[in-house]
Write a protein that binds this ligand. Structure first.
Ligand code: GLU
Length: 474
């Protein structure tokens, strides 16, 4: 039996959590949960210049909102400096790393020479073989130094779960720096030390880190440890095939929350960016995603952000939810949301509108006329359906006949309207369309008769009155 996964999501808090990061977190989460493993959050905040507390807060808040809560307390990389230092010391002692005293000027010279010879620059390894005396002298003089890892000859080979077999000749890798002159440690080193200490056995992250992986495997081996398994996720591309831009989905996750998207809908959409369950199904509840997820079905091709599809999936989730669930979620965002209304009326309203919405904001927006009488009317609809006063006259007669109706139910209302249309020798549409405008202000919406029944006679007649007095516009 393979060991239960221990995975981590390791964002750098130099910006908000975007779709790409959220998808990485999601795949880690799903992978761990499906196999009874653990999912950690590590904040990689060692870059003091770029890391900001507000981004840490935003990342954590967005992950929680999405439901991707980590299993154990957050690990802050900045609090692990001692561990990074002691690992570097351990390497220095064991000969797996060395102090490099080359100055910026010396390195620039090396770089210039490589450029002249049109060769890719690699550090020459000049300080690898300093004698003990030289070393002592320099240390006594307190010459500044960085620490470089000794990259052995040979090759690094590994199999990435998504990208397959990868092989890199060490001739292509120079003795890279693991600890800078100012004592800070570099990414390729800290990430390995932390992953080793956290006993991470699977690393699932963005494809932009694929090129770092051979260096990290070299560090694992230098520290005497077996590297974990790797799975790199394809980039999410904009519709133009380029990296995601602000205009195309590169907004922070919080923006989706503010727009009233349901978190499970967003997760559903993210899951499909790079992963496919192998059939044409596209709408999944979160629980199903966990059951079905597998790294084997992650494809190499970059997922393309498609706003239309996102909206469609969000719409499906809005339709599938029970009205009670939607009411509860609405109330989580705004505890006072129509709190003066009867709950059963609210549930009926939600049921009537939900299938036409893709977000809670739309639910709020599209249900406005259930609570407030329309004072203005959709101009386009009026132009088309309430052209002149002949419509006003028809609506006047409809208004009078509605007064006499004994029952106020959808079927009765429908039959009554159709009979009236026959008597007037016009199509039912001549009543249906203006009536919708009159009672909702809109040109489209739920079934008219259901709408009339729910609004109730008094409200309907009042709204008709107002429309009759104000339409068509003069
Ligand atoms: N901190 C890195 C980033 O935000 C990720 C490191 C990793 O997953 O190995 O890109």
């Amino acid at each position: 039996m393979p060991a239960a996964p221990r995975v981590r999501f390791a964002p750098s808090p130099s910006g908000e959590l975007h779709l790409g990061g959220a998808r990485t977190a999601l795949f880690n989460y799903l992978f761990a949960k499906k196999r009874g493993g653990k999912y950690f959050l590590r904040i990689e905040d060692t870059d003091v210049q770029r890391s900001k507390q507000e981004f840490v807060d935003q990342i954590c808040y967005s992950l929680e909102w999405l439901g991707l809560k980590w299993d154990e307390p957050i690990v802050y990389q900045s609090k692990r400096r001692d561990h990074h230092h002691s690992a570097a010391r351990q390497l220095l002692q064991a000969g797996g790393a060395y102090r490099c005293f080359c100055t910026v000027e010396e390195l620039a010279l090396e770089r210039d020479e490589a450029a002249k010879e049109k060769k890719l620059y690699r550090y020459s390894g000049r300080c690898r073989d300093l004698t003990d005396d030289e070393l002592k002298l320099r240390l006594n003089r307190a010459d500044p130094f960085c620490v470089r890892i000794t990259v052995p000859g040979g090759k690094t080979k590994f199999t990435d779960s998504v990208y397959g077999k990868i092989e890199v000749d060490h001739k292509e890798i120079d003795d890279f720096i693991i600890q800078r002159t100012d004592g800070s440690s570099t990414y390729n080193f800290t990430v390995v030390v932390d992953d080793m200490d956290m006993e991470i056995n699977w690393i699932i992250r963005g494809e932009d880190h694929l090129a770092n992986t051979p260096k990290q495997i070299i560090v694992y081996k230098a520290l005497g440890s077996k590297p974990p398994r790797f799975a790199h996720l394809p980039m999410i591309l904009g519709p133009n095939g380029q990296r995601l831009s602000k205009r195309h989905g590169a907004t922070g996750i919080q923006a989706y929350r503010d727009m009233g998207f349901l978190p499970e809908a967003l997760l559903n959409y993210l899951a499909l960016l790079g992963w496919s369950p192998g059939n044409n199904r596209e709408v999944f509840f979160f629980k199903e995603l966990t059951e079905k997820f597998s790294l084997n079905k992650v494809v190499k091709k970059g997922g393309v952000f498609d706003e239309k599809k996102l909206n469609w999936i969000c719409g499906q989730h809005m339709s599938d939810k029970s009205s009670q669930d939607l009411l509860n979620t609405m109330r989580e965002l705004d505890p006072d949301w129509h709190s003066d209304q009867d709950e059963s009326y609210l549930l009926n309203v939600i049921e009537m509108v939900q299938s036409r919405t893709k977000s809670l904001s739309e639910l709020n927006e599209f249900s406005g006329y259930f609570f407030t009488d329309p004072q203005s009317f959709d101009e386009k609809a009026v132009k088309k359906r309430w052209k002149d006063t002949s419509v006003t006259e028809l609506m006047n007669r409809y208004w009078m006949s509605l007064h006499e109706l004994t029952k106020w139910e959808p079927t009765v209302l429908e039959e009554h309207l159709r009979t009236l249309a026959e008597t007037e020798n016009v199509s039912a549409g001549k009543f249906i369309h203006p009536m919708r405008i009159a009672i909702s202000g809109q040109g489209v919406g739920p079934s008219l008769f259901d709408l009339m029944a729910l609004l109730g006679r008094e409200r309907v007649l009042r709204r008709m009155n107002y429309a009759i007095d104000n339409l068509p516009p003069s």
